[in-house]
Design a protein around this ligand. Structure first.
Ligand code: SF4
Ligand code: SF4
Ligand code: SF4
Length: 184
């Protein structure tokens, strides 16, 4: 049976890149994200509703913008806690998951998990809003094309020909097609 070769297709991968050296902790990204997702849109700002949170990492003296990822129903085990300048930090501080272990990335009124949607909008935004308001270029947006393999759906005609060949043999089928082509 002849095999159908996989055809190369492409898809667009969207990314927000973070440059920690440039983040000044202004939290404009939090304000913009929460306003964009307010109902009605832009009616309020509340960083607790933002899908991006800026964490200050005192050990390295940097601000870390962290976007909300997937929801998990269970907190992970074996977490570390460490103390820097008398302040206690949990490993969770730098995690982007919406998880029962803490209140981050949860809608404050309903408790529902929040997840970055890269600013889904109709019409689409030129760039995610947090990137647009980050005047320090700590957040930048990029798109790249990635190859994906996809099975080509066999056409009806191909399946029909194969079934006839199985019944009468390829040679007979080809002779018949050649004869018909000559006639027409
Ligand atoms: S807007 Fe940019 S510079 Fe300001 S906190 Fe967010 S990521 Fe950092
Ligand atoms: S917040 Fe993140 S690190 Fe902390 S328990 Fe949940 S998944 Fe684990
Ligand atoms: S991409 Fe949009 S939804 Fe995601 S964190 Fe930035 S502003 Fe919020």
């Amino acid at each position: 049976m002849p095999t159908v070769k996989p055809k190369k297709k492409t898809r667009i991968v969207k990314e927000i890149n973070v440059d920690l050296d440039k983040c000044i902790g202004c939290r404009a990204c939090e304000v913009a994200c929460s306003a964009f997702h307010a109902i009605p849109q832009y009616s309020s700002t509340n960083p607790a509703r933002s899908r991006i949170r800026v964490i200050f990492d005192a050990s390295n003296d940097v601000y870390l913008p962290i976007r909300a990822g997937d929801y998990t129903p269970a907190e992970c085990t074996g977490r570390h806690t460490y103390t820097i300048n008398g302040k206690e930090y949990k490993e969770c501080s730098f995690c982007g998951v919406s998880c029962p272990a803490r209140d981050y990335f949860k809608e404050p009124d309903s408790g529902l998990p929040l997840k970055c949607d890269m600013c889904e909008s109709d019409p689409p935004l030129a760039e995610p809003l947090c990137v647009q308001v980050c005047t320090c270029d700590a957040l930048t947006y990029s798109e790249r094309e990635e190859e994906v393999e996809e099975e080509v759906k066999r056409e009806e005609i191909e399946i029909g020909l194969e079934s006839m060949a199985n019944k009468h043999g390829w040679q007979t089928l080809m002779d018949t097609v050649a004869r018909m082509a000559k006639k027409s």
